[in-house]
Design a protein. Structure first.
Length: 416
């Protein structure tokens, strides 16, 4: 009996030691893998902050605790799928993504309320009957959180759940999404889908970066990587060749900006660097010069009923294009047309309103959120290091110590 007990204790000790060695090997593998293959995130800065965490830098403790809390919640998330919706797209295939245009309402002048009519900025709650957009956003958020937690801490349970969520959305035959948006933002009585619907997949650029954070994990295999690259290659081809994709590419406002952002991001992900470079180079004239006035105004966004939100949102997209430009040697940050149209000029125009120094003169339905611009100001500070922006940043409220953004930026922007 004593021999059996001793043998059991010995086996338990061996198992415990093996588990600890395995966990440490995971941490070491992640720590030694270098900068991750990401495009919108700053890979070198992430690597530097991971080293700070491993050294026990207390300045990141609260932000890391927030991430860990978010990641633990994400571990309990159900798998997300377009195939789980109750409605069926016109194709008859629930694997096709489907959504309804948010700003269109029943026609009060017809018996059957068709065709629906536009009320810009007013969201019709009917869109909640089609959950694909919300499901995709939740999937992206969970995967992003889990992948970041894995990269910074090396916990394989985070990577394993992120991999399961990605496979469910993109790969598994029973649950995957077909790589198209033929039925996005349909207008009842008018069409079954529009190019404008492509704005709904802009969050997939974050999923692409999350995939890069999973590299090196035992849970993320070479087959997983190939399957996701194949899906995005097909989706990219659909964006470039379909009528809906061509319509969105031709959009002159924020829709065109976010079309370019997706094409460039997905092209980099699947190894089409030349395509990404072409899109980003053309964005100088096609997006920046065409959308921004010499004084920094963005007329097509100002014409909206939520003019502040759309102005900040489009500038956000232009700045993200500039971040992608850094990856291929296209400088959109310092680009300016002969008459001064530029990303910086658009930011200069908005800053006084965000700081409360001027009153916004255009229409803004609902809340007027000046804080929308603050992350853009901080992002620009890393590129435009001058006195004017430094003084503006000094007027912003501090990012709290528990804010996850502290895990993504240089230390000199993290301190109170």
């Amino acid at each position: 009996m004593k021999r059996v007990t001793s043998l059991s204790l010995c086996c338990s000790l061996v198992l415990l030691i093996t588990e600890r060695i395995g966990a440490q090997e995971t941490v070491d593998r992640v720590a030694n893998s270098g900068s991750p293959r990401v495009f919108l995130l700053d890979g070198k800065q992430l690597e530097a902050n991971r080293r700070r965490i491993r050294r026990g830098d207390p300045r990141l403790d609260q932000a890391l605790a927030t991430l860990e809390s978010d990641a633990r919640r994400a571990l309990t998330a159900d798998l997300f799928s377009v195939a789980s919706k109750s409605s069926t797209p016109p194709s008859g295939d629930k694997h096709d993504y489907m959504s309804q245009a948010p700003y269109f309402w029943p026609n009060p002048n017809t018996a059957n309320h068709l065709p629906y009519v536009r009320r810009d900025g007013e969201r019709n709650s009917e869109i909640n009957r089609f959950p694909d957009h919300q499901s995709m956003d939740k999937m992206v958020s969970a995967v992003e959180t889990l992948a970041l937690a894995y990269y910074l801490e090396g916990d394989e349970s985070y990577a394993e759940k992120a991999a399961r969520l990605l496979r469910a959305w993109f790969v598994d035959p029973a649950t995957r999404m077909n790589p198209n948006l033929e039925y996005a933002q349909a207008v009842p009585g008018v069409n079954t889908g529009r190019g404008i619907g492509l704005i709904e997949t802009r969050g997939l650029t974050r999923a692409v970066d999350a995939i890069g954070l999973l590299a090196g994990s035992k849970a993320w295999t070479e087959s997983d990587q190939k399957n996701l690259e194949a899906w995005f290659a097909k989706f990219l081809q659909w964006m470039l060749e379909s009528k809906n994709g061509r319509d969105e590419e031709a959009a002159k406002n924020n829709h065109g900006t976010y079309y370019d952002l997706q094409v460039a991001s997905f092209a980099l992900f699947v190894g089409k660097k030349e395509l990404a470079t072409q899109v980003l180079e053309r964005a100088k004239q096609k997006r920046i010069a065409a959308q921004i006035e010499p004084d920094g105004r963005q007329p097509l966004e100002l014409a909206r009923t939520k003019s502040w939100s759309y102005s900040v949102g489009n500038l956000d997209g232009l700045m993200l294009l500039a971040v992608l430009g850094e990856r291929v040697g296209v400088d959109l940050w310092s680009y300016h047309a002969a008459d001064g149209r530029s990303i910086r000029q658009a930011l200069n125009y908005l800053v006084p309103f965000a700081l409360g120094e001027r009153k916004w003169p255009y229409k803004q339905l609902g809340a007027w959120p000046p804080q929308m611009l603050f992350p853009l100001m901080r992002r620009a500070a890393a590129r435009f290091q001058d006195e004017q922006l430094r003084l503006a940043l000094a007027k912003l409220p501090d990012v709290g110590l528990a804010d996850r953004s502290r895990l993504l930026v240089p230390g000199n922007l993290q301190l109170p």
